[in-house]
Design a protein around this ligand. Structure first.
Ligand code: AR6
Length: 234
């Protein structure tokens, strides 16, 4: 553990050395990413890949919930992340957020791997959200597999200390030990696991295309996520 910590400290300071004389970096959406001390939550679009939730409906819910929370969070920022510039949900959300005049310094979209936002994207996010499964188990593909793999065994242990399972619509905030590679490499201090509504017949808690239930649960999911983030920021 100690050697890992030291390795982390060495690589962090090497990173800072190489970056200290650089100009502020502009991210993929023209954001000044030198604003590194601003509390920031990076989150994926919950339920819209493996859980097959409708993208139009999900993007409406994301924008509505962001609009509700963004002014309650002080100077903190919310960032919706996806892996590719071709992401349909990112463009839907960008357009709808612009229509609602949501402050683009407080909320924006970002293309990148949520486990490498600082090291590869130059964007510091102290909190990241995970689209988890109900057992809070690693693996299973998607963003869950990526986050548990990047977080290492310490994330698994820390998660088990907080909760054994999750109901759809709920969130669990997990403080990340400093020995986790996500902490020392990316500056992530907390992971918030959330379980969204499931429209995939192959997965547990299948909603059989019931979008009145599904939308209600997706609203609750983002409420729990943003309240969890607010509890860290306060
Ligand atoms: N970085 C950023 N975004 C990502 C990444 C990544 N590394 N990987 C995927 N996405 P999904 P769900 C985006 O399927 O639909 C899991 O197996 C992806 O493009 O991860 O809520 C769990 O164990 C999409 O926009 O989550 C659950 O069983 C978004 O993340 C189940 O899948 C969510 O895609 C949850 O399904």
């Amino acid at each position: 553990d100690t050697s890992l910590k030291e390795a982390c400290l060495v690589s962090e300071s090497a990173n800072m050395e190489s970056k200290k004389d650089e100009e502020p970096v502009i991210g993929s959406v023209g954001i000044d990413v030198s604003l590194n001390d601003t509390p920031t939550l990076a989150f994926p679009s919950i339920s819209t890949a493996d859980f097959q939730f409708d993208l139009e409906k999900a993007s409406d819910i994301i924008v509505e919930k962001v609009a509700e929370f963004v002014n309650k969070l002080g100077n903190a920022r919310l960032v919706l992340v996806d892996l590719t510039h071709k992401s349909k949900v990112l463009s839907l959300v960008r357009n709808k957020a612009a229509q609602k005049n949501i402050d683009s310094n407080r909320f924006f979209t970002f293309v990148g791997d949520i486990t490498k936002l600082h090291s590869e994207g130059g964007l510091r996010c102290n909190v990241i959200a995970n689209a988890a499964n109900w057992r809070l188990k690693p693996g299973g593909g998607g963003v869950n597999a990526a986050i548990f793999s990047a977080g290492g065994p310490t994330l698994e242990v820390a998660t088990k200390e907080q909760a054994k399972s999750l109901y759809p619509g709920n969130a669990v905030v997990v403080p990340l030990p400093s020995t986790s590679p996500l902490f020392c490499r990316e500056g992530v201090t907390h992971v918030i696991h959330v379980l969204g509504p499931n429209m995939n017949p192959q997965r547990p808690n299948y909603l059989d295309n019931d979008y009145s239930k599904g939308c209600k649960i997706l609203y609750e999911t983002y409420t729990s996520l943003f309240e969890g983030f607010a509890s860290i920021v306060r």
